[in-house]
Design a protein around this ligand. Structure first.
Ligand code: AMP
Length: 115
């Protein structure tokens, strides 16, 4: 897998507004936020897409969801609610090929039908 901009953020080669970090994960604010809270949770290991997740990485993926839960509480949006989403490849509108979970909230989001 070729290096992405998120690898550079992990290595601190480019700046990011980091809101959470542990041994396995990094989370930072999306540079082009679609909601008042828009955070990306990424694994430090390079995984390109959902298609590339291996069974032995199931715990890591679970940790990504738990990190989103933690950050939602930290950001004060847990009670009102939020969305977690992972885009995959072209039809999913994935632009950065380093697995990332979007955590979005802080306003009423549109439903998946766009209403
Ligand atoms: P996706 O379309 O799911 O691949 O989402 C990629 C996301 O990365 C988009 O929401 C971008 O706004 C965001 N993004 C791209 N470059 C950066 C960056 N340097 N720092 C923070 N977010 C970024």
């Amino acid at each position: 897998m070729s290096e992405t901009i998120f690898s550079k953020i992990i290595k601190r080669e480019i700046p990011a507004d980091i809101v959470y970090e542990d041994d396995d994960l990094l989370a930072f604010r999306d540079i082009n936020p679609l909601a008042p809270v828009h955070v990306l949770v990424i694994p430090k290991v390079e995984i390109a897409t959902v298609n590339d997740i291996q069974p032995e990485q199931a715990e890591l993926i679970g940790k990504m969801v738990l990190a989103a839960q933690h950050i939602a509480k930290q950001e004060g949006i847990d009670e009102d609610g939020y969305r977690v989403a992972i885009n995959c490849n072209q039809h999913g509108c994935q632009e950065v090929f380093h697995l990332h979970l979007h955590l979005m909230g802080g306003k009423q989001l549109r439903n998946l039908a766009g209403h």
